[in-house]
Every structure is written in structure tokens, then in C-alpha cells.
Design a binder for this molecule. Structure first.
Ligand code: HEM
Length: 428
């Protein structure tokens, strides 16, 4: 690619890119500034664990190339691991080492074969009515709220919806849902970009995550054992895991339970982010609410457009496994690459007029669910949840009623992996 033809040098040199300086509610102007100067930007001396250089990747073509090519992978070649909690966290380590999003082929392929059939098109279609029922049940009490009383759409809708769905998929009894959400949040925090390190180099977050991973592992091990054996299939994901493990793989019970634990976080905070951001976009756009209400067939395209324009996972990481070139830059084995999905999804080379929210946009092959071998295994489920959730909100939430001018207050979580409002208060 000719860098000169697409990219203009900025009038003043740009400082090294630092996500800490971004506006949580709107990082896109800064992304545009860097991408306009070039699709890939180095950061020298990026800190512990990384090679001498890290690269931030802003261009769609370069993100897609990094996710497709064998020169890049999940494991840091210096350690053989994608991420590792510091020593002293054995359960957390076991979960991380068995979690497919952190693995490279061939082990990744083996575990993915186990999980993906249970999240495929057939099972998701079968879940449709249940997801719609959950969405309507969550919105109904919000519709009865006296006028003027605030509703937190994250706490009361966007967070419980995916939790109730994934808990049902995993076969977790209803009385344990609160217990699960608490532990899922603790684990998510340990896998995110939030800090909290103390002087000893360990973190309160990791200590809590170790405890949560231990409790969840014990729970899943017991539940998996209860489904093993003739006539004990309960038709949930845990039963499917047991069946697939018996038929196709030689997975140990440890590997199976370690596979279940991160599904809770992968299937939860991401969709909460999508629902929160989509609701926010609708709250500010009465004309779009009218369009979607008049033609619900536009909802699937709208969900993809919400995902493209403001993805719930803003950044993902890869490591260079060989010396190579990316957009003309010499990338060395052991360098870390941060793929800025939020920037790639607004690359004007790929998406004309990229800042515009256009629910009729065609050929939206965005990268909000990643691309390549790690493409989100739960994408179909997430889309089904978002479509059902937004339909229920448009139908029942007074703040989204035609002509409503709701007062909106939003607070974002300081996190670029799981990005989205942690509080979204509306008053109709
Ligand atoms: C809007 C919601 C969601 C978004 C934006 C999202 C995003 C992503 C992204 C970007 C990846 C790739 C990460 C990488 O390549 O480093 C991924 C992987 C994954 N996601 Fe999702 N996700 C969502 C919902 C879900 C749900 C509902 C589930 C399951 C219940 C799920 C399960 C997974 C799994 C298992 C992987 C790992 C796939 C692999 O490594 O082969 N996700 N997701």
C-alpha cells in the first residue's frame, strides 16, 4: 500500500498514542486524527511484558490483515501465553490457560469445536422466544414507573438481560443469578484495562478474581458431573459440552469447567455495552425511533450499525510471532499490537461517511465481533439479544415513546476492552 496516497502527515507531530488520554464517551475524533496520519502507530518502551515496541493499529485493512495472518497470534512468544495473572493465582491461571480467546491453534481449534455448536444458529433460533420474554419482563416494570422517576437502563435492563440469557443457556438456576453476576463482574474487571495495582505488584482485583474463579469452577465442575451419564442431558449448554467432550474430544473435566467460567463474562458485559450504547443512541434520536418503530424489519441492520459505529469491545491484542511488515512498518517478533476496533470501524476507506449512524447501510462487514479464527462465537446470540431488547424498549419504555424528550445522564466505565455506560439514567 502506498502510505503517501491515503495518509496526510499532521501539521504538528502527534504524541505517542495513549488510551488513557481518550474521552470515554467519544474517542472517535482522536482515532480519526491518528488514522488520518497513518494506519499504524508505534509506541516505544510500552512497559512490562511487551517487546521494545507496541503498535496501535487504526486502519480497517490493517486490523483485518493482522487478524487473518499467521505471523500474529494470541500468545506472547516470550512467555508462550496471551496473558497470565501473577504467580499465586492458580485457579485464575487455569481459567486463562484454557480460555479459547487466549489460545492459538491447534489447541484453540479443539476447544472452539466444543463450544461453538452450542451457540450456533439452531440453538440461538430456539432461544428466541425465551429472549423476547426476558426482554419484555424487564421493560414492563420500567413502563409502570411514575413520570419523573429516574430509570437506570444499565442496572435495570442492559446488564440483567444478557445475564439472564447466558445463565439460562448455561443452566444456572434463577435463585443464583445475583451470585453469578457478582462473580462475572469481578472476573471481567481482572481481564479489562482497569488498573488498581498496589505496591506489592498484586492487585485487589486479581485476589477477588481468584476467589470468584474458584467458586465458579467448583460450581461448574459439580453441574457438569451431574449431567454426565445416560439420561442426564438437560438440554442446556453444559449438557452440550459434556456430550461434545465425550463424542469428539478428550477434554478433561478441568478443561470443561474452565471453558464455562469465561463464557459468563464474554457473554455478558459485551452485550450490556451494546444494549447501553444502542439505547443511548435511540434516546438522542427521536426520528430514528420513529423509523424503527414503523419498520421493525430494519432492526437487524440497526443492530449491526450500532455495533459498527460504537463497538462494545474497543481494543484487542495480538503478538507478532515473526518479524514482518505491517503498512510498511517493521514489526519484530515479540512486539505487541493493539487493534483499535473502534477506529477500524470508522475507517472512511471502508465505510463511507463513517461517523453517520445509517441503519440502512449496506454490506456492513464490521469488526466489532473481531475477524478470523477468533471471530466471536456468540455473535448470533448477541444479535438476537440486542434485537429483542431494543424491540422491547421501543415498545414499552416511556422515555423512547414518540415525542418523548427524556433527560439523560450517562457515566462510562473507565475500560477500553469492555466499553460502555456503567450507568445510564433516564427520566421520561
Ligand atoms: C455485543 C456483544 C459481543 C461483542 C461485541 C463481542 C465481541 C467479541 C470479540 C471482539 C471477540 C474476539 C476477541 C479477539 O479476537 O481477541 C469475541 C470472541 C468471543 N466471544 Fe464475543 N462478543 C459479544 C457477545 C458474546 C456472547 C453473547 C458470547 C457467548 C455467550 C460470546 C462469546 C465469545 C467467545 C466464546 C469468543 C472467543 C472466540 C474464539 O476465541 O474463538 N460473545 N467476542
Amino acid at each position: 500500500m502506498s502510505v503517501g496516497s491515503r495518509y496526510l502527515p499532521p501539521r504538528r507531530p502527534l504524541p505517542e498514542f495513549d488510551p488513557a488520554g481518550l474521552d470515554l464517551a467519544d474517542p472517535y475524533p482522536v482515532y480519526h486524527r491518528y488514522r488520518a496520519a497513518g494506519p499504524v502507530h508505534p509506541v516505544r518502551h510500552p512497559g512490562p511484558g511487551a517487546g521494545p515496541t507496541s503498535w496501535y493499529v487504526f486502519g480497517y485493512a490493517e486490523v483485518a490483515r493482522t487478524l487473518a495472518r499467521r505471523e500474529f497470534g494470541r500468545a506472547n512468544p516470550a512467555t508462550g501465553r496471551a496473558a497470565a495473572p501473577p504467580p499465586g493465582y492458580p485457579v485464575l491461571r487455569q481459567v486463562v490457560e484454557n480460555w479459547l480467546v487466549f489460545l492459538d491453534p491447534p489447541r484453540h481449534t479443539r476447544l472452539r469445536t466444543l463450544v461453538s455448536p452450542a451457540l450456533g444458529a439452531g440453538p440461538v433460533a430456539a432461544l428466541g422466544p425465551r429472549i423476547q420474554r426476558i426482554a419484555r419482563q424487564l421493560v414492563a416494570p420500567l413502563a409502570d414507573r411514575p413520570p419523573g422517576e429516574p430509570v437506570d437502563l444499565v442496572a435495570e435492563f442492559a446488564a440483567p438481560l444478557p445475564l439472564l440469557v447466558i445463565a439460562g443457556v448455561l443452566g444456572i438456576p434463577e435463585e443464583l443469578h445475583g451470585w453469578f453476576r457478582d462473580r462475572a463482574l469481578v472476573l471481567q474487571r481482572a481481564g479489562s484495562t482497569r488498573g488498581d495495582r498496589d505496591a506489592a505488584g498484586t492487585t485487589a482485583v486479581e485476589r477477588a478474581a481468584e476467589r470468584a474463579a474458584d467458586e465458579l469452577t467448583v460450581f461448574f465442575r459439580r453441574e457438569l458431573a451431574a449431567r454426565r451419564g445416560a439420561g442426564r442431558d438437560r438440554g442446556d449448554l453444559l449438557s452440550a459440552l459434556v456430550r461434545a467432550a465425550d463424542e469428539r474430544t478428550s477434554l478433561t473435566p478441568e478443561e470443561q469447567s474452565a471453558t464455562c467460567v469465561p463464557l459468563l463474562t464474554a457473554g455478558h458485559e459485551t452485550t450490556t455495552g451494546l444494549l447501553g450504547k444502542a439505547a443511548l443512541a435511540l434516546l438522542h434520536r427521536p426520528e430514528l425511533r420513529a423509523v424503527l418503530r414503523a419498520d421493525p424489519a430494519l432492526l437487524p441492520g440497526a443492530v449491526d450499525e450500532f455495533l459498527r459505529r460504537d463497538p462494545p469491545v474497543q481494543m484487542i491484542t495480538r503478538w507478532a510471532h515473526r518479524d514482518t511488515l505491517l503498512a510498511g512498518h517493521p514489526v519484530r517478533r515479540g512486539d505487541r499490537l493493539v487493534l483499535v476496533l473502534g477506529a477500524a470501524n470508522r475507517d472512511p476507506e471502508r465505510f463511507p461517511d463513517p461517523d453517520r449512524l445509517d441503519v440502512r447501510r449496506e454490506h456492513v462487514r464490521h469488526c466489532a465481533f473481531g475477524l478470523g479464527v477468533h471471530y466471536c462465537a456468540g455473535a448470533g446470540l448477541a444479535r438476537a439479544e440486542a434485537e429483542a431488547g431494543l424491540a422491547a424498549l421501543l415498545d414499552g419504555l416511556p422515555a423512547l415513546a414518540p415525542g418523548a424528550r427524556p433527560a439523560v445522564e450517562v457515566r462510562y466505565a473507565p475500560d477500553w476492552v469492555f466499553h460502555g455506560p456503567e450507568r445510564l439514567t433516564v427520566v421520561a
